[in-house]
Ligand binder design. Structure first.
Ligand code: AHM
Ligand code: MG
Length: 336
């Protein structure tokens, strides 16, 4: 039973038995993410003080500028997970290909793969706005004892065993699910401990906030344009409030607490939108559904999509159930 003020460490131990594959491996994995999150948090908090911000002069596989802190977070999460020898493979938004762990070790006993967006919303770092880490965990589908393959990573979101995010905001939180609801833990920075502060998080069924980059309005599909106009109309509890941080984790977190919808639709410039199915949309979709919300590509469930490539992008509509369903109605009615 989740108790407020319980530490994340205590919570992980207490809930280990309720997880259907109780080898302790998943608990150790979440513990490692907790550790890496603290290390990255320490560095994020120093971003304004030391010369760590600014582009590292490299571009990632999507051709975007990488900030130095992205590189740091990527390294820290990968190091923590590989050195502790608890996963068989890692895929990162910042890496071209997946990483095989233990390739030298003939035993290959680890069962889990992790997909990670080490520092999402990184364009916000040098303006002191919150950023996040997103993670997604699957059991491998290839046999234990053999090297991981791409098939272990290209699983439907529906197969996730755990997912979550770290938000480096006014306070730092880890929010995650193992398929049994969503719980949020807040870091007490003085002693470096996460405490359960938000047990059993739930999206309100209705909300009054819509989050979308309206600067792209002209390029959006007709259904999205009509839905945005619907949000702005004066009727009933509308117009809604517009809030867009430009950090998926933070926009999602606020909407889960207050009620709202986040949208990153396709546009005439990007036929699949911007967000990545495996590193961003699937984990957020798993959290949303576990918190009584919904996640869609505008026409159907995100977690039913069969991925075909590691860095695949997909349109994303996520948040309070009734709002996402309303947006889907508009998409269907005005599909071009
Ligand atoms: P990133 O992984 O390169 O940081 O991009 C993902 C981010 C999301 O966190 C955010 O919601 C979105 O990109 C903002 O994009 P835009 O500036 O196009 O609105
Ligand atoms: Mg990202």
């Amino acid at each position: 039973m989740a108790k407020k003020n319980q530490t994340l460490g205590e919570f992980i131990i207490e809930n280990q038995a309720s997880f259907k594959y109780t080898s302790g491996e998943l608990s150790r994995l979440i513990n490692s993410i907790r550790l890496a999150a603290k290390v990255v948090n320490h560095e994020v908090n120093k971003a304004g003080l030391v010369d760590i911000i600014g582009a590292a002069g490299e571009t990632n596989v999507q051709g975007e500028d990488q900030q130095k802190l992205d590189v740091y977070a990527n390294e820290k999460f990968i190091q923590t997970l590989t050195k502790r020898n608890i996963v068989c493979g890692i895929a990162s938004e910042e890496e071209d290909d997946f990483i095989e762990v233990n390739s030298q070790d003939e035993n290959h006993q680890n069962k889990y793969v992790v997909l990670i967006d080490p520092l999402d919303g990184s364009s916000n770092i040098d303006v002191n706005v919150s950023v996040g880490t997103i993670f997604s965990i699957y059991r491998r589908v290839t046999p234990v004892g053999t090297p991981v393959t791409i098939e272990d990573f290209l699983q439907k979101g529906n197969e996730q065993v755990a997912a979550g995010y770290v938000v480096y905001g006014t306070s730092t939180m880890i929010v995650y699910t193992t398929g049994d609801g969503v719980n949020g833990f807040t870091l007490n920075p003085a002693i470096g401990t996460f405490y359960l502060s938000h047990p059993n998080m739930q999206f309100p069924e209705d909300g009054k906030i819509y989050s979308v980059n309206e600067g792209n309005y002209i390029h959006f599909p007709l259904g999205v344009k009509k839905y945005i106009k619907y949000c702005q109309e004066e009727e009933g509890d509308r117009p809604y409030t517009s809030r867009y941080i430009g950090s998926l984790v933070s926009d999602f977190h606020r909407n889960m607490i207050k009620g709202g919808i986040y949208m990153y639709p396709k546009s005439s410039k990007n036929s699949n939108g911007k967000l990545r199915l495996l590193y961003e949309c699937n984990p957020m979709a798993f959290l949303a559904e576990q918190a009584n919300g919904k996640a869609s590509d505008g026409f159907g469930r995100i977690m039913d999509l069969k991925p075909t490539e590691l860095h695949q992008r997909v349109p994303f509509f996520c948040g309070s159930k009734n709002m996402v369903e309303k947006a889907e109605e508009f998409m269907k009615e005005f599909s071009e």
